[in-house]
Design a binder for this molecule. Structure first.
Ligand code: FPP
Length: 236
């Protein structure tokens, strides 16, 4: 649906405000997450309609493990349900599923579901949906540095050969273009340990709405805002 001339190839989203959305309605926090999962469905559909190639969603940060056990459990159950319900759509909509983050920390059931869907959708071409789960950008960067250091110690790479390209190849996002557009909801002006390397030149759009209220039209508005910006990559 090419109504727009300059569609971002990769959109990354910090989905924030589920808890406050629920609190304002006198509901438990998990209800905010449940409504947020609906936004995930709608935004994914909108990205397919627009012709976006990659959508990366910050669904669970490495810091989120510090939340009360009941909330962590509710988030994992929600993710399981989303994956089970979305399985048919992933096929129908030709979506490729990927993850970044420390997936080994997730419950076995969630991990198995993810691994199965990643395998089943690996050749799909309409949209790559990247779920950041147990993800932290600093941890990702440290792991890349450790990998390069081990290669240097083993003599398979020389320190002077380490550059931005070889570094990016050791990040979990290797092969994925950097986000053109980063959206954060709930009005907070923070990056919160998300894709620190990859967003060096991303356009950032902050939306005041809480994530459960962020739907198709809000995504279209964020893309329109992106298109109004003059992107210069540091040049004149
Ligand atoms: C931030 O809101 C959101 C999260 C920690 C989790 C995001 C998860 C979902 C949108 C639902 C499930 C995801 C998928 C992929 C189905 P918050 O709890 O930090 O809100 P607050 O800042 O208002 O407390």
């Amino acid at each position: 649906m090419a109504d727009f001339p300059d569609i971002p190839r990769h959109i990354a989203v910090i989905m924030d405000g589920n808890g406050r959305w629920a609190k304002e309605r006198g509901l438990p926090r998990r209800e905010g997450h449940r409504a947020g999962a609906e936004s995930v469905r709608e935004v994914t559909d909108a990205c397919i309609d627009l012709g976006v190639d990659y959508l990366t969603l910050y669904a669970f940060s490495s810091e989120n493990w510090n939340r009360p056990q009941a909330e962590v459990r509710a988030l994992m159950e929600l993710l399981d349900r989303f994956l089970l319900e979305k399985a048919t759509d992933l096929k129908k909509q030709n979506i490729r599923l990927k993850t970044i983050g420390q997936i080994e920390r997730l419950p076995a059931k969630t991990r198995n579901l993810l691994e199965r869907l990643i395998e089943q959708t690996k050749d799909h071409t309409a949209l790559t949906l990247v779920l950041a789960l147990s993800y932290g950008a600093r941890e990702e960067i440290v792991a890349a540095a450790r990998w390069l250091a081990a290669d240097a110690a083993a003599g398979t790479i020389k320190p002077e050969q380490i550059d931005c390209t070889s570094f990016a190849q050791r990040l979990q996002t290797a092969g994925i273009p950097d986000p053109d557009l980063l959206v954060r909801t709930s009005g907070e002006m923070r990056v919160s340990n998300f894709l620190l390397w990859q967003i060096s030149y991303s356009e950032i759009v902050i939306v005041r709405k809480y994530w459960p209220d962020f739907r198709r039209q809000d995504l279209l508005d964020a893309v329109a805002e992106y298109q109004r910006r003059h992107r210069r990559f540091g040049a004149l």
